[in-house]
Structure formats: structure tokens, C-alpha cells
Design a protein around this ligand. Structure first.
Ligand SMILES: [Zn+2]
Length: 465
């Protein structure tokens, strides 16, 4: 059976375009691509019941093991089938919500839907199913959006990759006996505040903080050698909720360990600069609850302040806490992907409106940035989001169907496309053939199934001594 490299969208250059010290926070858009990501983002914090506008990070109290799937592999590798179906369903709903933006496009009926709304469109007459037994099954020859912000599918893979990079740097830094602190900065916000404005204020505040000469003084005083920053967005849109809640997280790398009093002093100093920077960027002045600083513990973990029921009582690795926004739940509020779920208290028109606002506000923004030189220091390779996506996939063609069959199945129920992948992974070719009949050429060559059958035989045969 041949091995076919999937021809998905997206090239793979290896240069470092995005990750340097932050340049403009808004990336110029190239043909609608969201290049902003570079990394990861994560966020989850609610604005919950009883919270004033800004989240006072409620301290979690327990430790506990980190689920390594948060960082070690894209969640479709280790995640449940249920979560894969959820991602397919959410992506489908996202496309539906985002298609309304075409009506606002001056090109009108000739405009294409925006890129995340085209993710999983077929690119040719056939759709190969790729599976090599070690990585999850997936479809080839499909368009992919590589959106770290808005694609329930692509962002899970990209964020897992970015979390692993962060992990690598934190581990190496700690191994050298140096400390890392975890910063969270927010601004006050209310229902009705535009996300574009509040997100801009939080992002701008971080840039401003670093440009301030106070940052240079802090660098000297506390031995700051670098940082990684990410942005998360959560929200609470219930009647008494406080609307969008963007916040900034940063891992700040230090030359040495800090005493508790030094940490408190760093927090107080940062708070002064942070609150002035937020106001200067058009945001509302944060209260003292608007900033939190904690040490990353010896195992590279942080208390996950903002996590909801799923991950309660766990510590997350610093990498997962920074990057796995896609895998989180917000306590007392929602993470944006939950706008794509039907079982919501919000009516569909409202969810669609909020989702479009989220798409437009995050488009072109950098989700994660590293300070200059930090990646080199810890030999973290510069990799584009598209490459992370490509590397997460099987490269062996195990099945092939027509694009027509693929599209028809999607029309029936998009989760069936996820179910077909599950069936491939189980070797249940009968079901696969029912859902996605093998295309004629593929059948004529008698190729279907053979690859997997051969592999099974090989596994079953005794090893040559
Ligand atoms: Zn996508």
C-alpha cells in the first residue's frame, strides 16, 4: 500500500516569523490566514457568580497529578472519542455561525466563507483516510484553517504542541536551578464591553509594561531573564454576568529563586505598572484582585485558578496552563468554544453573534509570544502552526473514499465523520465502508484494508529470532 503524505493546506516553513519579542500585537493578515497564533493561548477564568468584574483568582487548594495528555499529545491522540466528536460538531457549528459574515463582505455572494469556516472542505475528488496505528486516524486532502483561536479542531492540536514547547523551556530552566513565576493580569469589564476593546487593552498593557523603564529595573532587581505570554478569553453572558473577560498570562523566567517577601514585592511592583498600563491602553483600572503572581512549583506545575469542574483539584503543568485553553472549562462562565454547544442557556442567535465577535476580535492577534532569545536558549525550534498540525497526523493511507461521499455524510451528521475515524482505528472496515464507501479506483486495485490486514498479520506472527 502506498504511503501518501496528506496534501493538506499549508506549508511548513520553519522560520521564526512569529515568535520574537512581540512586535505589533496585531499581525498583518495575509490572505486571511490567522498567523497570529504562534503558540498558544489559554485562558479560562470566569467571571463568575459573585465575582466583581475581574476575577479574583480563587486559589485552588489541592495538588494532584497532571494528566500528561494535556501536553504530551494532541488531544485527539489520547482524548476520548467523545471529545473528537465534540470537536467535529463544534467546528461545524462555528462554520455555520461564521458564514453570516459573508453577507457583510463587500464582495457579497462571490466571497468565500472565512478560513475557519472552510476547515475540512474537500480539496479534490477523493478523500484519503490516513492511519498508521501510532497517531490518530485523520482525513487527507482537506482544507485546514490552522486557527489557534477559533477552530475547535486545529487549535486542540496546535495548543498541545505549544504547551509541549513551553514545558520544555520551563523544565530546562528549573533544571538549571532557576525559578519561574506565573503572572495573571486582568482588567475590569462589564457586560456590553466590546471584546475588541478589552482584549486590545490587555494585550497593549502587556506590551506597554515591558516597554516601561520600570521593567528594566524589575529585570535587574528580580533577575528577570525572559517570559512567555499567552492570552485567554472567557466570558459570562448571563443576566448578571460581566461579559467578555480577556486576560493575560505570562511565565516570567528568573535567574534565581525568590523569597516569599521578594515575590510579594514583585507582585506589588508589577501591579502598579500593570494597572497604569491597562488604563493607558483604554481599559478600566484593575483592582488588586486583577493581578496574581505565583511560583511555578518544583514539578513545573501551577495551581489552576480558573479551571472548572473538569479539572478541578488538579495542578496543571505550566505549559498546559498557558496553552490548553481549548481543553478548559471556565468556572462560573464559559470558554468561547462553549458558544458552539447547543445545550446552552443562551439562545442560538446570541451565541452566534458572540462567536462572530470573538472571531473578529481575535483574528490576527498573537495568542502566544516568547521574549527574544528564550527559544534559542532552551533549543525550542521555531515551528509554524501548520507544521504542528501536519506532524500530528498519520501518513499512511488506509482507506480512500470520494469527496462526494464525504460531503454527503457530513450533511447527514457531521459526527459520523468522526465515527468513521473511530471505526478505522478499531479496524472495523465494514462500518467504514458503510459510512464512506471506498472509491472505485481504490476498490479495483484491491487495496482497501490490505494495509491494515498485513500489519495485523505481522503483529500476530512470531518474531524472527
Ligand atoms: Zn481548523
Amino acid at each position: 500500500m502506498q504511503t501518501v503524505a496528506p496534501t493538506r493546506g499549508g506549508g511548513v516553513g520553519r522560520h521564526a516569523e512569529i515568535h520574537g519579542d512581540e512586535r505589533a500585537e496585531r499581525v498583518p493578515e495575509h490572505s486571511e490566514r490567522e498567523r497570529a497564533s504562534t503558540g498558544t493561548e489559554r485562558a479560562s477564568e470566569p467571571v463568575g457568580a459573585g465575582a466583581r468584574c475581574e476575577q479574583a483568582p480563587a486559589r485552588a487548594t489541592s495538588g494532584g497529578g497532571l494528566d500528561s495528555s494535556q501536553i504530551n499529545a494532541p488531544s485527539q491522540v489520547r482524548g476520548s472519542n467523545e471529545s473528537r466528536r465534540e470537536r467535529w460538531r463544534r467546528r461545524h457549528t462555528s462554520a455555520r455561525f461564521l458564514r453570516a459574515l459573508m453577507a457583510e463582505d463587500p464582495r457579497g455572494a462571490f466571497a468565500k466563507p472565512v478560513r475557519p469556516a472552510r476547515c475540512s472542505w474537500t480539496l479534490g475528488p477523493v478523500v484519503p483516510v490516513m492511519y498508521d496505528g501510532s497517531k490518530p486516524a485523520g482525513y487527507g486532502a482537506l482544507e485546514r484553517c490552522a486557527s489557534i483561536w477559533c477552530c475547535p479542531h486545529c487549535s486542540a492540536v496546535i495548543r498541545a504542541g505549544r504547551a509541549a514547547e513551553i514545558e520544555q523551556a520551563v523544565t530546562a530552566h528549573q533544571k538549571a536551578g532557576k525559578a519561574v513565576v506565573f503572572f495573571t493580569g486582568t482588567a475590569r469589564h462589564h457586560q456590553g464591553d466590546k471584546l475588541d476593546v478589552t482584549l486590545g487593552a490587555v494585550l497593549g498593557a502587556w506590551s506597554r509594561l515591558r516597554r516601561n523603564k520600570g521593567w528594566r529595573l524589575m529585570k535587574q532587581q528580580f533577575g528577570i531573564t525572559g517570559y512567555i505570554r499567552s492570552i485567554e478569553v472567557t466570558g459570562n453572558f448571563s443576566a448578571d454576568g460581566h461579559g467578555w473577560h480577556p486576560h493575560c498570562h505570562a511565565l516570567i523566567f528568573l535567574e534565581r529563586d525568590l523569597t516569599d517577601s521578594e515575590l510579594a514585592s514583585l507582585q506589588a511592583t508589577l501591579f502598579g505598572y500593570w494597572s497604569r498600563a491597562v488604563v493607558a491602553e483604554g481599559g478600566k483600572e484593575p483592582t488588586e484582585n486583577g493581578l496574581d503572581l505565583q511560583k511555578v512549583d518544583k514539578d513545573g506545575k501551577v495551581l489552576a485558578h480558573y479551571l472548572g469542574k473538569l479539572q478541578d483539584k488538579k495542578k496543571w503543568s505550566a505549559g498546559a496552563e498557558m496553552a490548553r485553553f481549548d481543553a478548559k472549562k471556565s468556572r462560573g462562565g464559559i470558554v468561547p468554544f462553549e458558544l458552539l454547544d447547543d445545550d446552552s442557556d443562551l439562545p442560538e442567535w446570541r451565541r452566534a453573534e458572540l462567536w462572530r465577535e470573538y472571531y473578529l476580535a481575535t483574528k490576527g492577534r498573537r495568542a502566544i509570544t516568547w521574549s527574544r532569545g528564550l527559544k534559542d536558549l532552551y533549543t525550542v525550534e521555531e515551528v509554524e502552526d501548520e507544521q504542528i498540525l501536519a506532524e500530528a497526523e498519520s501518513t499512511v493511507m488506509a482507506w480512500r473514499t470520494t469527496s462526494k461521499a464525504f460531503r454527503e455524510l457530513r450533511k447527514v451528521d457531521v459526527e459520523l465523520l468522526a465515527l468513521a475515524l473511530e471505526s478505522v482505528e478499531r479496524g472495523d472496515w465494514e462500518t467504514v465502508n458503510q459510512l464512506l464507501p471506498a472509491d472505485v479506483d481504490f476498490q479495483q486495485h484491491g487495496q482497501q484494508i490490505l494495509w491494515w490486514e498485513k500489519k495485523k498479520k505481522k503483529l500476530a506472527s512470531p518474531k524472527a529470532s
